[in-house]
Design a binder for this molecule. Structure first.
Ligand code: ACO
Length: 324
């Protein structure tokens, strides 16, 4: 059995507002605010990797957990913007933290990455293989954003969130539900740089190293599968929607969040939203939101918290936590 004993978050200092974006592409603060709920996002400086943001978030999580990096048995980093395609970002993070005894690997599940990674960390502890696990969602999405494409560049931001998990005699994690549909891979993709289209003059010219997204189609699927994931995870935990104290949905679009909350019959005050200040940070979104909700006192002992995420793959997932 496992529990979360420390949370941390970090976003780069530099803020990019909607008004700044008005100077880069043909858009407006009014359009971005009404269509997405986003006002600003944080952007990392050139040369900063996902491991650097993860390092800052992890240091805070360790402090709160009362553990040292040397106590960690396993590091899992959820990211779609790894420092390098290999070694994994988890390896770079291990080196920065000097977490010398930790095993390291990355999880690639786009915006559902933190939910997938948290579920994985929980299972490693539950199986008895490891005692202390660090789970991080970290993204430098600004490096895969096409800053000339107004339909995507207004959506994304950079950041990281970390959770320290440890073995306990009571399980914080009540259930998880993970899903995917690889048939819809083309809806949200960075086509270039992998084995299908290795980096070349052609891939750079055709902007294949940037996020390509069919937003409209994704919107409808996101609402449907996020509702399904939350309901399925709650059913597995033998809980109803009335038992939920806080839903932490993936922060892709405030209109998606509202539609999910409405279909779940959850009042807005039970739904955590911070998209206004950060935009969509992919796997870092759920991690940062969980940390902030805790810092703001919205999660207390025995609170039932539901993380609910959706992203490129397509993938989705929900995890039910009873805070202990
Ligand atoms: N500024 C001004 N106008 C814009 C902008 C912009 N930034 N972007 C698009 N428009 C225009 C379009 O060109 C279009 O104009 P037209 O009618 O003249 O052709 C109009 O606005 C409407 O465009 P839509 O794409 O229909 O706008 P929509 O209301 O669907 O909002 C959005 C687009 C915000 C992308 C929405 O579809 C969305 O949030 N989709 C889901 C995204 C998502 O969930 N992603 C998954 C997670 S991300 C991950 O995994 C990394």
């Amino acid at each position: 059995m496992a529990k979360i004993i420390g949370l941390g978050k970090y976003v780069p200092e530099k803020v990019l507002t909607n008004f700044d974006l008005e100077k880069i592409v043909d858009t407006s603060d009014e359009w971005i605010t009404t269509r997405t709920g986003i006002k600003e996002r944080h952007i990392a400086h050139k040369g900063v990797g996902a491991s650097h943001l993860a390092y800052e978030a992890s240091k805070i999580a360790f402090k709160r957990a009362g553990l040292h990096a040397g106590d960690i048995d396993l590091i899992i980093v959820a990211t779609i913007t790894p420092d390098t395609s290999f070694p994994s970002t988890a390896c770079y993070l291990q080196s920065l933290l000097k977490a010398n005894k930790a095993a390291c690997f990355d999880v690639s599940a786009a915006c559902a990455g933190f939910v997938y990674a948290l579920t994985t960390g929980w299972q490693f502890i539950k199986s008895g293989l490891y005692k202390n696990v660090l789970v991080v969602g970290s993204e430098v999405l600004s490096t895969i954003t096409d800053w000339s494409d107004r339909s995507t560049c207004v959506l994304f931001g950079d950041g990281a969130g970390a959770a320290v998990l440890t073995k306990s005699n009571k399980d914080n994690f009540l259930s998880a539900y993970l899903g995917g549909d690889g048939n819809e891979a083309e809806l949200l993709i960075v086509p270039g740089g992998g084995s299908r289209h290795p980096a070349s003059e052609e891939t750079v010219k055709n902007k294949l190293h940037f996020i390509k997204m069919r937003g409209n189609e994704l919107f409808r699927i996101a609402v449907r599968v996020m509702v399904k994931a939350a309901k399925s995870a709650l059913a597995k935990a033998e809980l109803g929607i009335e038992d939920v104290d806080l839903l932490i949905p993936h922060q892709a679009n405030d209109r998606i969040i509202s539609a999910v909350a409405e279909r779940l019959n959850l009042p807005r005050e039970k739904v955590y939203v911070n998209i206004t200040r950060y935009g969509n940070m992919s796997s870092a979104s759920s991690a940062v939101a969980l940390c902030e909700a805790y810092e703001e006192g919205k999660i207390k002992k025995d609170s039932v918290v539901v993380l609910d995420a959706f992203g490129g793959g397509l993938v989705w997932g929900s995890i039910v936590i009873k805070w202990g």
